[in-house]
Write a protein that binds this ligand. Structure first.
Ligand code: COA
Length: 182
């Protein structure tokens, strides 16, 4: 399944690290540039998970510049939630979103986590299908964000964790050492 992601960084130097407060201005600009058509109404709420530090927030850099952001959070009952993924529009399609997704898979512990879940927008659904996520149930219209959201999930196992680690290793992308907590 993850073998389809071979060569996603295409020689670029991608690193993933913990989100820092000093990334806030780039994150804010990224959210603004992606805009309400994709992210829905209430753009400032996309900053929330990065500010209140639930779970862990990550930053992807390409050639040393922060370009993408993503969060991961324990949801309970063996579910780990991926959320708030945004990559700067001018840097999309260069592997940062893939690296952020694979790192979150690689830091999860199969003994604690049975399912990975997320809410995708119509824009991003096919991106997450590349990683094995499948839509569960009907799409719902979120009244607050005025956005159609798909609940997606994939069963998590050692096989998936190892495949994610393998893809990252092939691309020379290290998992942040301080993130092996879930
Ligand atoms: C979805 C998103 C996070 C993906 O990040 P990215 O850095 O662009 O993704 P990658 O470069 O790793 O993409 C890998 C592949 O997926 C494809 N892809 C990227 N975004 C896609 C999308 N929205 N739909 C379908 N395919 C997509 C890329 O073209 C690339 O394909 P290729 O390997 O055949 O060239 C990013 O496009 C984004 O921020 N979108 C707007 C915000 C959003 O929708 N976030 C999700 C909220 S749930």
């Amino acid at each position: 399944m993850l073998s389809a992601l071979k060569g996603f960084s295409r020689g670029r130097c991608i690193t993933v690290r913990r989100y820092r407060q000093s990334d806030a201005s780039v994150l804010e600009r990224t959210i603004r540039e992606i805009g309400e058509n994709v992210l829905g109404h209430g753009l400032k709420h996309w900053m929330g998970p990065y500010e209140d530090q639930r779970g862990a927030a990550l930053t992807a850099e390409i050639d040393g510049a922060p370009v993408g952001f993503a969060c991961v959070e324990e949801y309970g009952d063996g579910v780990l939630l991926f959320h708030s993924d945004v990559v700067s529009p001018s840097r999309q399609g260069r592997g940062a979103g893939t690296a952020l997704t694979l790192v979150r898979m690689a830091i999860a512990s199969p003994s604690e986590v049975s399912w990975l879940g997320l809410l995708s927008t119509e824009h991003s659904r096919t991106f997450y299908e590349r990683f094995g996520f499948a839509v569960e149930g009907e799409s719902t219209r979120d009244p607050f964000f005025k956005l159609t959201l798909n609940q997606m999930a994939v069963g998590f196992s050692e096989t998936l964790r190892d495949a994610a680690e393998g893809r990252l290793r092939d691309e020379g992308i290290a998992c942040p050492q301080d993130l092996h907590y879930v």
